[in-house]
Design a protein around this ligand. Sequence first.
Ligand code: EPZ
Length: 426
Amino acid sequence: MDRIRIRGGAQLKGSIRVSGSKNASLPLMVASLLTDQPLTLKNVPRLADIDTMIKLLEQHGTEVSCAPGENGHSRSTTLKLTTRDIASTTAPYDIVRKMRASVLVLGPLVARCGEARVSLPGGCAIGTRPVDLHIAGLQAMGATIELDGGYIVARAPNGLRGAKYVFPKVSVGATENLLMAACLAKGVTTLDNAAREPEITDLAECLAAMGANITGIGTETLRIEGVDRLRPAEHSVIPDRIETGTYAMAVAVTAGDVELINGRIDLLDSAVAKLREAGIEFTQTASGFRVARCNGALHGVDVMTEPYPGFPTDLQAQFMALMTRGEGASMITETIFENRFMHVPELTRMGANINIHGASAMVRGVSKLRGAEVMATDLRASVSLAIAALSATGDTVLHRVYHLDRGYERLEEKLAACGADIERVK
Ligand code: EPZ
């Protein structure tokens, strides 16, 4: 199994090209199940999760062709997805257990075929992550749902009908699932207290290009008037705001100065505000923005994760890694997932001073971290260890690199190009 070795100490300098968003690409790919017409997606990153989604869609009957991207030297892909006929309405356990986003096929399949059988994803490293809201929303739209042998079996033989559904809790995935299903439902669906993440806006804009009738895009109330069929469309995936924020923190921890090409500050307002408070400078450029920590100081800053536009849970671990080297203390509170501090014991092994109190972690900055052999159980926790390693003395060896490969395109190449001493060890 691959490992990544990092020797800390180098200041990152130069430029990094931000890839297309993983969490936008996955639902966008699923949207191809809603139509027999082709959907062309540009700027899709090359990641293990994208390959898993291709595998899932192919077994549902989607023809997928990949062409090299047109995005400068980035290795992004253009995907053409065509689902002339649905070959199977079952999403099997073997694929769903590997990637929870597989559950997004539930709404589109039942909307198009009147039935779907999707494995329940089960628990995961960062929390229990139930799918009750996906189910309740489809029930409100007239689907009957049974649980059978670990599978969600949804049926709507006469099609889904428009409904008003108020999410009792903000959920990115449930909003995406119901938004897609509503595009083919009869009548008007109103989704209230919907998630407003930029990935949802990207999905809604692509669905609109496919002929869906959606208003309220980017707000917490989405109104969708169902149509009989959707048309071919071409869409370019937004840049990955979590990858962008991750590299911004990597630059900050090394007191570096890097241009994040294609990075969009407007998708990261809350994180950028916190990083500015910590002493990091951001400057807009013609092709993205520049992030730098030139004046030395890195201040401890408190953060609480919240649904968008709040501070993203997907940047919490990386921010904590940065704060281990801050001056003073930083209180980091996780409100989205109940078990998203698995990076803490590993950061502690590198010399960080962190105490967990319930949903909060108190980080007291230390003057030095030391390299160690570390591993993590999820994507963002893994990358937080890479950030800590960049500022540690000596070598860090990161195990279980497959977590990183699920969500970061060529991490070691991008960091090495900016001067990091980093290599993948086969
Ligand atoms: C998406 O997961 C992202 N994944 C996650 O990114 C991200 O952390 C999360 O949104 C929050 O921003 C993708 O986009 C593929 P949720 P999702 O439904 O949709 C609870 C990464 O590292 N909930 O918004 O699964 C749930 O348990 C990943 O790239 C219910 O209770 O997240 C959680 O506490 C990790 N019932 C909260 O809501 C439900 O039916 C938010 O989850 C659904 C969710």
